[in-house]
Design a protein around this ligand. Structure first.
Ligand SMILES: Cc1ncc(C[n+]2csc(CCOP(=O)(O)OP(=O)(O)O)c2C)c(N)n1
Ligand code: SF4
Ligand SMILES: [Mg+2]
Length: 494
């Protein structure tokens, strides 16, 4: 006997569910009587009928519908529990021509993902959410959901949900409809044929809104989970129609679909040059090519730097400038400030790591390659962290006695605070120290190319750190030059 297929499945589904592991490739994974299968069919039909398969992405949640992408013949993405709205936002913003369907259960949407969901609704993101309210956590074996009814027994509310203990079931449609942005909010039920036909219309309306860029649409589906609620299929429908609808009334809560104009957002920028311009403001001095990487030996391995002084001496901003220099030359950098009581008169410090490879930890508490110290308490506290081959640079206007070191470290000093005072701005002591550091690097550690590059690089980093503050940038470049020249003088004297 030959097999004749009278009704084939919608074109919105794959013919064969090849992505399903194992031998079963024709059936879905849902239990008999489950609402997910019915809703899948309505969505698949709508996608096929609107002819949008090639530009639709269905976001599968965590929950029983986690494998929705096995079935729908469109783009599919499976996201962490509750993160549907965040991913939908990225998808719709990055590709405004795409159709995005967020498919979520009550645990996924109304518990772990509620903030993501409500914020996306409030922003009027252009996508549609299909919310399966089966009043239970189906996948994990029947725990109480935010939408479980008062009195409903679940594995985590064995005596029945009690408003005094667990609060009231969340009315997601009612809450969403209160917001300005959403265009369409409706609750339907996946029970009788008449209800399913209404649900079908609701699916289509939401998808059409998405096609027309009308903004955020939500359809809530009262849906069966006969396995966890311990009903047969007809008892399940009766429970939904008689009990659930008492608390979750069906109907349209908001529909401005016809009044709304398309919601057109600014076109996203993919131009890498524009992104670079936005991240790195206009450069002063000589730029270098994008892929330039410092070739001097000193950059062959991770550089671990600590800067310390009194709060207010510009310790943290000096660290930021050095980190910006590394960033501008395509290094990985970390900058870890230490705040707290130290900002009120004690020692403030920051750690900077510059590395061609990934940085494991931003903490510098040993093996420090470069220690820049602006006051005596910091010297006492951090000098033991210097590596045996490290460089110590300290401010001799605040530290009178040079430290005694027993290893092969290099020690340099400059009376930066005094110089800053003469210069007319004490706040510039940090840039004077930066000049001193550049002089040391140029004289002892950098090759010719890096030596020629560093002044321009400092200017670029200052411009980045003080965006839009041209006078401050100019003043700090002058202070840097002053420190550089004085330090060169000191090194030459030695
Ligand atoms: C971060 C995280 N927390 C918890 C879980 C466990 N978990 C998996 S599914 C689920 C609830 C699913 O319920 P619902 O969203 O209502 O979907 P249903 O299965 O009922 O369709 C939970 C809590 C998880 N997978 N990930
Ligand atoms: S456990 Fe419930 S929600 Fe999950 S597939 Fe079965 S009936 Fe559907
Ligand atoms: Mg559920």
């Amino acid at each position: 006997m030959s097999e004749r297929v009278k009704f084939s499945r919608s074109k919105g589904f794959f013919e064969i569910f090849e992505r399903r592991p194992g031998a079963v490739k024709k059936n879905m994974s849902y239990c008999p009587g489950c609402g997910h299968g019915i809703l899948h069919k309505l969505i698949a039909e709508a996608i096929a009928d609107f002819g949008i398969q090639d530009r639709t992405t269905l976001i599968a949640p965590v929950g029983c519908s986690v494998f929705a992408y096995y079935y729908f013949d469109c783009f599919g993405i499976q996201v962490p529990h509750g993160r549907s709205a965040a991913v939908a936002t990225g998808l719709t913003r990055a590709n405004p021509e795409g159709i995005v369907i967020g498919y979520q259960g009550d645990g996924d949407l109304a518990a772990i993902g509620f903030n993501n969901f409500i914020q996306a609704a409030n922003r009027g993101e252009n996508y549609c959410v299909f919310f399966v309210n089966n009043a239970i956590y189906g996948m994990t074996g029947g725990q109480m959901a935010p939408t479980s009814l008062i009195g409903q027994k679940t594995t985590t509310s064995p005596y029945g949900r009690n408003a005094a203990n667990e609060g009231f079931p969340l009315k997601v449609c009612e809450m969403t409809a209160q917001l300005e942005a959403p265009v369409y909010v409706e609750r339907v039920a996946l029970t009788s044929t008449a209800n399913i036909m209404k649900a079908r219309q609701a699916v289509r309306k939401a998808v059409k809104n998405n096609i027309d860029k009308k903004g955020f649409s939500l359809v809530e589906f009262l849906s069966g989970c006969p396995v966890n609620l311990k009903f047969d299929a007809s008892q399940m429908d009766e429970f939904i129609d008689k009990e659930m609808t008492k608390y979750f009334p069906l109907g349209v809560f908001k529909d401005e679909s016809t009044q709304r104009e398309p919601n057109i957002r600014p076109v996203p920028v993919y131009d890498t040059e524009k992104v670079r311009e936005a991240m790195f403001p206009l450069k002063i001095g000589q730029g270098v090519s994008d892929d330039y990487r410092c070739a001097s030996k000193i950059f062959d391995r991770e550089l671990r730097i600590k800067i310390a002084g009194f709060g207010g001496q510009g310790v943290l901003s000096l660290g930021l400038i050095i980190a910006a220099m590394g960033k501008q030359r395509n290094f990985n950098v970390s900058w870890l400030p230490s705040y707290g009581p130290e900002m009120r008169g004690g020692t403030a410090n920051c750690a900077i790591i510059v590395n061609r490879e990934a940085i494991g930890s931003p903490i510098v508490d040993s093996n420090c390659d470069l220690l820049i110290i602006l006051n005596k308490p910091s010297l006492d506290k951090y000098v033991q962290e210097l590596s045996p081959s490290g460089i110590l640079l300290y401010d001799s206007s605040t530290i009178e006695t040079p430290p005694e070191l027993d290893g092969g470290q290099s020690v340099f000093s400059l009376d930066a605070t005094n110089i800053a005072e003469e210069f007319g701005n004490l706040k510039c002591a940090n840039s004077i120290m930066l000049g001193a550091l550049a002089a040391i690097l140029k004289a002892k550690f950098l090759d010719e190319v890096d030596t020629a590059d560093i002044d321009g690089l400092v200017a670029d980093a200052l411009t980045e750190c003080f965006t839009g503050k041209e006078k401050i940038v100019k003043m700090n470049i002058e202070a840097y030059q002053l420190g550089l020249n004085k330090m060169f003088g000191n090194i030459a004297d030695v």
